[in-house]
Write a protein that binds this ligand. Structure first.
Ligand code: I3S
Length: 125
C-alpha cells in the first residue's frame, strides 16, 4: 500500500482490491453477491471499503467503510471447487458465523498468507 501515511506496525497489514461475497450469515446460507472492495487488513480486522476510483493508500480518499470483520478465532483456507467456479478463491469463516469468499485477480497467495498469519497471531486473544 504505497503513497499513504504509514500505519502503525503490526505483523499483518495489507490492502488491495478483492472480490467478495458472503455465503453464510448467522449460520444461514445467503445468496451470493460478488462485489469488488478495496480491502484493508489491519491488525485483527479486515475492512471492506467501497468507493470511487481505484483505491490508493490505506484508506483511499474516496473510500467508505462498508463493513468489517473480526478475524480473531476465525479460519481461512482455499475454497473447495463446489463453493465457486472462480479461480483463486479463499473461504473465510469468522467466530460469529459469517462465511465469505474472497477472490483476487492474481493468485491470491499473498492474501492467503496474510490472513493465515493474522489468524494465527491473534489466536489466543
Ligand atoms: O454458487 P452459485 O449459486 O452457483 O453462485 C453463482 C450465482 O450466485 C450467480 O448469481 P445468480 O445465481 O444470482 O444469478 C453469480 O453470478 C455467480 O458468480 C455465482 O457463482 P461463482 O461460481 O461465480 O461464485
Amino acid at each position: 500500500c504505497p503513497s499513504s501515511p504509514k500505519p502503525p506496525h503490526s505483523p499483518s497489514e495489507k490492502c488491495g482490491t478483492l472480490n467478495m461475497t458472503k455465503i453464510t450469515e448467522h449460520g444461514k446460507k445467503v445468496r451470493k453477491n460478488w462485489t469488488s472492495y478495496w480491502t484493508v487488513l489491519q491488525g485483527s480486522s479486515l475492512l471492506f471499503n467501497k468507493g470511487q476510483g481505484s483505491g490508493t493508500g490505506w484508506f483511499g480518499r474516496d473510500q467508505k467503510l462498508e463493513f468489517s470483520l473480526d478475524l480473531r478465532g476465525g479460519s481461512v483456507d482455499w475454497a473447495s471447487k463446489d463453493k465457486s467456479s472462480k479461480k483463486h478463491v479463499l473461504e473465510l469463516k469468522t467466530r460469529r458465523g459469517i462465511e465469505l469468499l474472497l477472490q483476487s485477480d492474481n493468485d491470491g497467495l499473498d492474501w492467503h498468507k496474510a490472513l493465515t498469519e493474522t489468524i494465527h497471531t491473534y489466536m489466543w486473544e
